[in-house]
Design a protein around this ligand. Structure first.
Ligand SMILES: Nc1nc2c(ncn2[C@@H]2O[C@H](COP(=O)(O)OP(=O)(O)O)[C@@H](O)[C@H]2O)c(=O)[nH]1
Ligand SMILES: [Mg+2]
Length: 206
């Protein structure tokens, strides 16, 4: 497939505390290879692109990764605004990084796109011995915000592709639904459709 052959183009951003595995996961998804032994902390904002196929639709995904700023939880609003899809990571062996998920979600709600699709990711699921956050805790936090949840590991490549796929599909279906709604509105209907009366900030999850 040629690089510029695609039907849609979406931006995803990686969020989460320092060292939870954002860069490793983003690069594993890009290259499809197992995680490298040591990952360098990056400076500035990095991004990768990958064309993925969802139900026969070619989607170019731009994956933006914070690189250092998250250490001070001082991600720029401009960065947060980019994300049509957001992966918020924590490390299952680090309770503090799990507590920070709420802060990251609030940042999205405050500065992010209105319809941003969020996936909470509990990373490093291979480190079973040192686990500090249970699967159920992760799941119930995500549920309380009405967003999806997954655990991943870049060590054994567990669920990396699925995590990106979940977010990309959500962005795709949310876009489709909004397109449909705006067509109804453009036809002159002044009545809000049922979907539009629901919480407008919520991603439409399929
Ligand atoms: N055991 C294990 N280590 C991981 C995993 N993902 C990342 N790491 C390690 O965690 C450290 C921080 O990863 P990095 O991607 O730089 O985190 P970032 O600061 O969030 O971008 C590195 O030493 C990685 O090799 C994982 O799934 N399992
Ligand atoms: Mg990084």
């Amino acid at each position: 497939m040629e690089f510029d052959e695609f039907d849609y183009k979406y931006s995803l951003i990686m969020l989460g505390d320092s060292s939870v595995g954002k860069t490793t996961i983003a690069t594993s998804f890009k290259t499809g290879s197992l995680m490298e032994k040591s990952t360098q902390s990056t400076v500035g904002i990095d991004f990768w692109t990958k064309v993925v196929n969802v139900n026969g639709v070619r989607i170019q995904t731009l994956i933006y990764d914070t690189s250092g700023q998250e250490r001070f939880r001082s991600i720029t609003k401009g960065y947060i605004k980019k994300g049509e899809g957001v992966l918020i990571l924590y490390d299952i062996t680090n309770k503090q990084s799990f507590k920070a998920v709420k802060l990251w979600i609030n940042q999205i709600r405050e500065y992010g796109q209105e319809h941003a699709c969020i996936l909470v990711v509990g990373n490093k699921s291979d480190l079973k011995e040192s686990r500090k956050v249970t699967y159920e805790e992760g799941e119930s936090l995500a549920e309380s915000y009405g967003v999806h949840f997954m655990e991943t590991s870049s060590k054994d490549m567990e669920s990396i592709d699925q995590a990106f796929e979940v977010v990309i599909k959500q962005v795709y279906f949310t876009g489709k639904e909004r397109e449909k709604n705006s067509k109804v509105t453009n036809r002159g209907s002044k009545t809000l459709r049922h979907e539009e009366t629901k919480s407008k900030s919520d991603c439409i999850c399929k």
